[in-house]
Ligand binder design. Sequence first.
Ligand code: FEH
Ligand code: ZN
Ligand code: ZN
Length: 358
Amino acid sequence: MSTGRTRAVRLTRWGGPPILTEVARPTPTAEEVLVQVEAAGLCRSDLHVVDARPGDLPYRIPFTLGHEVAGRVVERGPLATGPAVGERVVVYGPWGCGRCARCAVGAENYCDRRAALDADRVGTGAGLGRDGGMADLMLVPSGRLLVPVGDLAADRAAPLSDAGLTAYHAVTTVRHAWNDDVPDACVVVLGIGGLGHLAVQILRATTTAQVLAVDVREEALVLADECGAHFGTLLRPDTAAVLRERTGGVGAVAVLDFVGSSSSLQPAVDVLRPGGELAVVGSGGGELAVRKPGVLPPGTRISLPFWGTLPELEEVVALARKGVLQVGVERFALSSMPEAMARLRTGDVRGRAVLIPD
Ligand code: FEH
Ligand code: ZN
Ligand code: ZN
């Protein structure tokens, strides 16, 4: 790589294909930090961005894609803090204002100024309206957004910053629905894909709940079993009854829906215990009628968790460094980005697709 030029996957027009092209090498100023990218994960949200039409998203083009990034610090601005040059890191992807009450505690995913930032079209974060890490180099606004990963392999570390963090935040969001001295508390995980398979592992690693997995594919139930699920069943018209029986008739204390479609939300509410928790993580566009009286069990709490917090990313990395979290990945060279995107679009990727600068 010449000193003055480097490569990046750029979105240059709405509805157009992402292009791997040459860009000027970024130079960090003030508190910015330059990271040499070692791995950048692909996410279905990247497809939503690529497919967006003018005005759909509060972003300005062009920008570099990639919001699930691991690499090594190679240069820091004069006011930079955090990991030193040479440290290997993952990048916390939701970039808020950095000053409000939520950002002050690392919950930039729920920045209080999000509406104002969107109105100014400054973007949601790395690779989401701001230059991300599908590139050789990535400029990060501040060292506060970097979490050291030690000797974790980059292709396993990158997915922790989005898939892993989102799954972990979803578990944390519902975690108060039971405590560990409640025997046989059951938690249902709907959708055992890039996020769901990690949620199964996180539940097994951090709680004593019985984990019940649901998916439409047999191979996903095999993966759920490998990740430690106590029970798995295919999504069918009687799935709620099958799950309820497995709970001994009392229902689930919590359901994590990583699909979020009407066909997943219905069994989700049908299997919930009174006072249970439903976290809708998947963006499947399904709808639920929230009405009293209505179909929801009394005391139901519904959340729409988004990504996760910086402290939670540190916890996810710690789990992975202990060997407790195993991320399934499929590696692609950065130059093979079009193939990786196509395979993601057709659902033909086992685990998480990760781009490696070649
Ligand atoms: C990012 C931006 C907007 C919606 C959803 C997402 C997720 O991929 C973040 O995990
Ligand atoms: Zn994502
Ligand atoms: Zn903020």
